[in-house]
Design a binder for this molecule. Structure first.
Ligand code: NAP
Length: 297
């Protein structure tokens, strides 16, 4: 039976470290979060951003813009926050209304304030292999590279969970299902940096009927798709470490992408949904903010 890989305990450790780092800063960090239109799906995430910020002594600003905001208006708003010395971190909530391209607007966030790691400069540092999944960096003023890097929160959360499982990724067959810009792509780079042999699967893998074969080879499996029960438990390789990023609401229940009960019988470690990746994401967002604030001191 698999051991549970829970995010809460790791998140608490990160938050404890952050609390003392925040106290050492000259001024408390300020996070500006922008939401365009009504977004009921994001409300749980917003609530947790605000309460974790409060817990850590971080100032949290929520900027609500109307649903009809144009892409240029959002960019102008971001530029204003870029130029505001009181703001240390900027993030844009997704999903956005259809007139706005999320990746496009992220290009306008100053890289040193890009706490979600979505600016091409921060994404590029992952590709350059300058990232590090070591423990929290001592926050020092200076460029956001090496241990001070900022990378997408969910991908980083997966790496923290894998590290907590004690898995040595060197030479391991790691399979990532889903290749989105916010999770699958950066995660593949982070796994590669740890010398795992990385396979990235997506819709075409499924359509070609090859998903089962790849999953059967995975010593480390990360699923980030958003389709409940996409991965049958019996496909999981015996002893695999399974991280399920998916969040799906089915009949009022939150489920992952992996059939949890059956997968638990084969995996060595598995994340629960909810309670696995989710609780870590906000803690890592705040860690990115603290790093960004240190770099701006
Ligand atoms: P996304 O942008 O919709 O990407 C989904 C990915 O899954 C795409 O790369 C897609 O490939 C692939 N895919 C779709 N159907 C597939 C199939 N049948 N077989 C294999 N691959 C398939 O979603 P996302 O933003 O990355 O989020 C993924 C999931 O993670 C969602 O459930 C989301 O709610 C959850 N999430 C969780 C957290 C957390 O903190 N726990 C944070 C963010 C997101 P194509 O592009 O080729 O179609």
């Amino acid at each position: 039976m698999a051991k549970l890989l829970e995010g809460k305990i790791i998140a608490q450790k990160i938050k404890d470290e952050l609390k003392s780092l925040v106290r050492e800063l000259k001024t408390s960090p300020v996070l500006a979060s922008i939401m365009v239109g009504e977004n009921p799906g994001a409300s749980a995430y917003l609530k947790s951003q605000s309460s974790v910020a409060q817990e850590l002594g971080i100032s949290y600003q929520l900027h609500r813009l109307p649903c009809e905001t144009s892409q240029q208006e959002l960019i102008d708003f971001i530029l204003k926050l870029n130029n505001d010395p009181a703001v240390n971190g900027i993030m844009v909530q997704i999903p956005l209304p259809p007139q706005i391209d999320y990746l496009k607007v992220c290009e306008f966030i100053l890289p040193v304030k890009d706490v979600e790691g979505m600016h091409p400069a921060n994404m590029g540092r992952i590709v350059f292999g300058r990232a590090s999944s070591e423990k929290i960096s001592p926050c020092v003023p200076g460029p956001l590279s090496g241990k001070n890097r900022i990378c997408p929160c969910t991908a980083e959360a997966v790496m923290e969970l894998l590290s907590a499982s004690g898995t040595d990724l060197y030479g391991k067959e790691a399979v990532v299902i889903g290749h989105s810009e916010i999770i699958g792509k950066p995660l593949a780079m982070l796994l590669l940096e740890k010398s795992a042999t990385v396979t990235v699967c997506h819709i075409a893998t499924s359509e070609a009927g090859k998903l089962k074969e790849h999953i059967g080879a995975a010593e480390v499996l990360v699923v980030a798709v958003g389709k409940a029960g996409l991965i049958p438990g019996e496909w999981i390789r015996e002893g695999a470490v399974v991280v399920d990023v998916g969040i799906n609401c089915v009949d009022g229940k939150i489920l992952g992408d992996v059939e949890f009960a059956a997968a638990s019988k084969r995996a060595s470690f598995i994340t629960p949904v909810p309670g696995g990746v989710g609780p870590l994401t906000v803690a890592i967002l705040m860690r990115n903010l603290v790093r960004a604030s240190c770099a701006q001191q």
